[in-house]
Write a protein of this length. Structure first.
Lengths: 122, 107
């Protein structure tokens, strides 16, 4: 399984942007498909987006279209989540997860990071 | 998008009970449905993939079934370590979606 290490907690003002990183190890990065999922306090899991195997394109949930960008730096095996125009309801734990297997666009999340708490408050 | 509805939201259970959680999809998703277990303060962990396939390290008392629009997660002879929130997740259609979660509490 892939091992995912996320960046530390962030506190942001409303209207600002945040970048959360997720460094992967344990497999060739080109075979790793990182997705992002968030969980507001006391709430359920919400898929944000990620790169799809076989299609090799990045897709986003409707709720985040235009406000989120997921990128990857192959040289450091790191995926980045950038979220703009932050609001108080963006306060959540943001998880990265690996979509597995790399030959199946309809796979499952087999490895998860420990999560990054993003707090949006004035 | 595919809406996944789990029932119940909360279930109070007794040790050694047989527990059933249901996940209904708003449209057919074949067997592209996966189940995760999340304990407080932890990341989710996969317990069942593709509706009924077991996953390495998951106790055999946790099983899944179903296809199309109705899916079930069953825990036979519940143990204390099974107390957690369980989520279904569909990867059949983009955007991916999760159910709202079912919390199992031990009486």
């Amino acid at each position: 399984q892939v091992h995912l290490v996320q960046s530390g907690a962030e506190v942001k003002k409303p209207g600002s942007s945040v970048r959360v990183s997720c460094e992967a190890s344990g497999d060739t990065f080109s075979s790793i498909y990182i997705h992002w999922v968030r969980q507001a306090p006391g709430q359920g899991l919400e898929w944000i987006g990620g790169r799809i195997p076989v299609l090799d394109t990045t897709h986003y949930a409707h709720n985040f279209q235009g406000r989120v960008t997921i990128t990857a730096d192959k040289s450091t095996s790191t995926s980045y989540l950038d979220l703009d125009s932050l609001r108080s309801d963006d306060t959540a734990i943001y998880f990265c997860a690996n979509l597995f297997p790399d030959y199946e666009p309809r796979g499952w999340f087999d490895s998860w990071g420990r999560g990054t708490l993003v707090t949006v408050s004035s | 998008e595919v809406v996944l509805t789990q029932s119940p939201d909360l279930q109070s259970v007794t040790l050694r009970d047989r527990v059933t959680i249901t996940c209904r999809a708003s449209e057919s998703i074949g067997t592209n449905l996966h189940w995760y277990q999340q304990k407080p303060g932890q990341s989710p962990k996969l317990v069942i993939r593709f509706a009924s396939q077991s996953f390495s390290g998951v106790p055999s008392r946790i099983t899944g079934s179903g296809s199309g629009t109705e899916f079930t997660l069953t825990i036979n002879s519940l143990e204390a370590e099974d107390a957690a929130t369980y989520y279904c997740h569909q990867s059949d259609t983009l955007p991916f979606t999760f159910g709202q979660g079912t919390k199992l509490e031990i009486k």
